[in-house]
Ligand binder design. Sequence first.
Ligand code: GAR
Length: 195
Amino acid sequence: MLRVGVMVSGGGTNLQAILDAIDAGKIRNASVEVVISNNPGAYGLERAKKHGIDAICISPKEFADREQFNEALVAKVDEYQLDLVVLAGFLVKIPQQMIDKYEHRIINIHPSLIPSFCGVGYYGLKVHEAALARGVKITGATVHYVDGGMDTGPILLQKAVEVKEGDTPTILQRRVMEEAEWVILPQAIDRIANP
Ligand code: GAR
């Protein structure tokens, strides 16, 4: 059984897609052991609690400096003896010591077709604003392994999504989630759990 930890900063709809896929048997041989957030108000934490999963907040504001926050984060991940860490809308830079320790064991979902609209400053709605501003006709989502860079790790899965006439960033964000993110993130976990 693959022991999975999910890290969230916000709504946690990708977390929900993972939990639903496990319940539906679409992700086999994996269990979510813990959900960790940097944000005490993250609805993802509530989703975890409703599912009977440990929900833990580690806020940078509780620590004297970044180094102490990073150490606490890594210590918590270590404590749960995780085989896979899933960044599902986690908007904090992963400490280098964790990337080194968990090489090929951290994956991230990004709401564009990397290498478009990714890297520093591209997260959440900003990604879709940029895609619409550029006028692309196709966008999508990417699941990739996390390395020392920003959205630079090896790509696991991608899925394309059509941009439609009259899309707003919010409408496009929702379509990318429904048609791509909530599909490929569970698929990637199932693939890792069942090589
Ligand atoms: C998702 O669209 C995810 O791809 C994005 O944040 C959103 C979180 O939504 N992540 C990034 O932009 C990472 N660079 P959720 O909390 O409802 O899953």
